[in-house]
Design a protein around this ligand. Structure first.
Ligand code: FPP
Length: 235
């Protein structure tokens, strides 16, 4: 089985999973968070080199105050625990998105985790927090425009690879496989630039129930497809 180099996952369905069990949405997020820790181990075992997950979008602030506060609490404890996971899996962790909207202590935890894990190179784990693809492109273009204004580059030098350097994912190869759990078939403003040639896999399984066997099923499906990049079949 050929394992994708980079898997991206839209973690969806925590709320519905909890509701189906007669529990509050926050319970679903707690279970979803625990599942993320397990999937990180599985991804590492399978030999995948890059994992990117969509954990909190720029739109998610619109959820109820109670739910947003619960998620912030979860991020605090997860970012702390993630250091152990980084150490165990020799995993470098990078947050993509705009962290400036988070409370100062969360921003500090993000910095600590990124600094702590920066020399690990067996798995590169990107967590999208306060992330939106349009926001990422706007922030990147703003920085690029500033560099043009400062004379660091000229408009004619701007091409795809230069623009990519201004995205949050600079230096990271594009995902080979995107998985979205829980039945929805949308991108929801996730990695729109980076997913241009990615294979998509949608499953009805809600995120808290998505385990290693589901991951393997997604990879098998990916294997059964002919990957084409603008008409050229990948060997
Ligand atoms: C989608 O389920 C999930 C989220 C908006 C939050 C994702 C968070 C986690 C998996 C846990 C925490 C992650 C980290 C990195 C600490 P939903 O609420 O949209 O579910 P629904 O579609 O059923 O309502």
């Amino acid at each position: 089985m050929k394992v994708p180099n980079h898997i991206a996952i839209i973690l969806d369905g925590n709320g519905r999973w909890a509701k189906a069990k007669g529990m509050p949405r926050g319970y679903g997020h707690i279970k979803g968070c625990a599942n993320l820790e397990n999937i990180c181990d599985d991804i590492k075992d399978l030999g995948v080199k890059y994992l990117t997950v969509y954990a909190f979008s720029t739109e998610n602030w619109k959820r109820s105050r109670e739910e947003v506060e619960g998620l912030m609490k979860l991020f605090r404890s997860y970012l702390k625990k993630c250091m152990k996971s980084a150490e165990k899996n020799h995993m470098r962790v990078k947050i993509i998105g705009d962290p400036s909207a988070f409370a100062p202590d969360i921003q500090e935890k993000i910095r600590e985790l990124e600094e702590f894990s920066k020399d690990y190179d067996e798995l590169y784990f990107q967590i999208a927090l306060n992330y939106g693809s349009r926001d990422e492109i706007v922030r990147g273009v703003r920085k690029l425009a500033q560099d043009v204004a400062d004379g660091k580059c000229t408009p004619s030098e701007i091409d795809e690879s230069l623009l990519e350097n201004y995205l949050d994912t600079a230096g990271v190869p594009d995902p080979d496989l995107l998985i979205r759990t829980s039945g929805e078939q949308r991108l929801s403003n996730f990695l729109m630039w980076q997913l241009a040639y990615t294979e998509f896999y949608f499953t009805d399984v809600p995120w808290p129930d998505f385990h290693k066997e589901d991951l393997i099923k997604a990879i098998e499906k990916y294997n059964s497809r002919d990957r084409r990049f603008g008409g050229v079949k990948e060997e």
